[in-house]
Design a protein around this ligand. Structure first.
Ligand SMILES: [Zn+2]
Ligand SMILES: [Zn+2]
Length: 159
């Protein structure tokens, strides 16, 4: 090992083998650092768990490319930003809801059937085809009277 280090430090100007060997070492060193930085940045973007981040960075410093492979397998699928947007979408969906007339569980306005008890809570408006709650007497989207609404099944049969 010392001989190799001596060789690397005391290379001759015309020793192209020594120069290219140094170049390869420098390249591998830069690659090593780059992989560690990439894992560090990616883990911070995907997890708030400090232990997970430190462990994965530590693993990558030691195993490098193999640490990177392990990290790619175990890392959270979604980034924190993706999760945040998903939460927003879900909340927007759930907040626009009323209760199922049968089991009284929350029922988002976009649902026709209750996912808990299967009750058909809403029917499509005959005029605008938007889902309208059974308890409403007038379609809130187009003003159509409930008596003229028809079942969605009829519409499905036609298609
Ligand atoms: Zn229900
Ligand atoms: Zn309507």
């Amino acid at each position: 090992m010392n001989e190799i280090l001596d060789y690397l430090v005391n290379f001759q100007p015309n020793d192209w083998f020594g120069i290219s060997l140094r170049g390869i070492f420098i390249y591998l060193f830069v690659l090593w650092i780059a992989i560690v930085i990439w894992v560090a940045r990616d883990s911070v973007g995907r997890s708030r768990n400090l232990i997970f981040q430190v462990f994965m960075i530590f693993l990558t410093i030691i195993l490098n490319i193999f640490g990177l492979l392990i990290y790619l397998i175990v890392r959270p699928q979604k980034t924190l930003i993706e999760k945040y947007h998903e939460d927003l979408e879900y909340r927007a969906l759930v907040e626009n809801e009323e209760l199922c007339p049968k089991c009284e569980k929350p029922l988002p306005l976009v649902f026709q059937f209750c996912p808990h008890c299967g009750e058909e809570a809403r029917k499509a408006c005959k005029k605008c085809h938007k889902l309208v709650s059974k308890s409403w007497s007038v379609c809130p989207y187009c003003g159509n009277k409930k008596s003229t609404q028809k079942k969605v099944e009829h519409k499905k049969n036609k298609l």
